[in-house]
Write a protein that binds this ligand. Sequence first.
Ligand SMILES: Cc1cc2nc3c(=O)[nH]c(=O)nc-3n(C[C@H](O)[C@H](O)[C@H](O)COP(=O)(O)OP(=O)(O)OC[C@H]3O[C@@H](n4cnc5c(N)ncnc54)[C@H](O)[C@@H]3O)c2cc1C
Length: 403
Amino acid sequence: MNTTMPQTTCDVAIVGGSIAGLRAAQTVAGYAPDLTITMISDEAHLPYERPPLSKVGLTNPLSLDTLTYPAVNDLKSHGVNFMLGTRAVGLDVDARTIRHSSGALQYRSLVIATGCEAVIPPALSGRPDTFPLRCYDDAVSLRSALADPVKSVAIVGAGFIGGELASMLATEGRQVSLVDLARKPLGRFGEAVFKSYEALHRKAGIELYFGEQAVGVEKQDSRRVLNLGDGTGVPADVIVVGVGVRPSTGWLERSGLRLDDGILCDTTLRAADHVFAAGDTVRWWNQRWGADMRVEHWTNAAEQGRVAGVNAANDVLGWPLEVCANIPYFWSDQHGVRIQFAGYRTGDEEITESQNAGGSLFLYRQGDIVTGVLAFERRAEFVRIRTMLRNELSWQAASSLVS
Ligand SMILES: Cc1cc2nc3c(=O)[nH]c(=O)nc-3n(C[C@H](O)[C@H](O)[C@H](O)COP(=O)(O)OP(=O)(O)OC[C@H]3O[C@@H](n4cnc5c(N)ncnc54)[C@H](O)[C@@H]3O)c2cc1C
């Protein structure tokens, strides 16, 4: 479905119509209003917010009118050409041409924002009533499968999306199980963080099966059961798969761009001449941390979308490029608790925990330098420390902010 007639040339082409692509379009439109912009998206919908898909309760409507980013209207008025339901299938960097499902588009500068796609393990692939939760259409299918309130739900993958979904379903009185191959989901943030996370879910009555692999599904009478490696059968009329994602870069395999768990970019998000990338699909050198990273969170996608938009416009105008150096950040809402992290971890930091009636706060440090903060609630302290992480942050300065 195309909202306007397909164009064959534009100044700035954007592939991917989610937050990174939207921010790139907004930035070009505001910063260099004379440039023409075309956005190619394989979804049938205008850019919409994904985070509510795992948080809005089943009893509340999940309407596209509400989820669609308000900025879309301004972009339409500006003349941005949204090519929806159109899949990019190849890129010729030298000819500056994208091949897509209904033709070809030539650009002067390109922003790739194709994000990530859900990974489905072979044991769960093609099973009935088994869903990923990555996009609006997934959420609609999942809601329809959950229409009968007696249906049990097994969520495979206890990361943030799985945890949020479990929390939302438990709040609505559904029978929910959370399964994860890892013995300690979120254990990469430290033992104490895992324990807080586990306690939150247990308290809400969610059955936890950690350190267990989902090996198959079988029907027992009229119900379904998810079989785990140790022989346990978990009630699973509906299964949600949230084991992780991989960068959506298949269409770029013959483009000559460097791909390695993401599109490899320099500090300015430049992947090749006249090609920039933004969001979950990018692996780049983040100067703030002196590290190569790929981040799968909303704020990074929005921030990178802005920088890629500026740089795509600067590339057309012949102006210098901007560096993208940021502080990785995420939030997650589970069981009425906001969990937030800001910073960068290598895994060998010392972790200091502070607990009080307001929640828990964890500081990560290497020697005298604080490299990250994670909080269950404690929002005001978290915000202060997150802000200070823009620059090198000493242990003394950070710990003086913790009550
Ligand atoms: C259910 C859910 C809840 C989340 N909650 C949170 C949260 O609470 N906090 C947080 O920090 N983050 C959250 N996230 C993560 C956040 O939404 C992502 O980091 C963000 O959406 C990444 O944006 P993006 O634009 O890089 O890519 P994506 O959002 O993945 O979008 C990429 C777009 O490109 C399209 N595309 C892919 N390939 C092609 C192609 N070849 N041609 C055309 N189009 C293509 C895709 O269909 C998609 O529309 C959540 C994600 C999900 C799915």
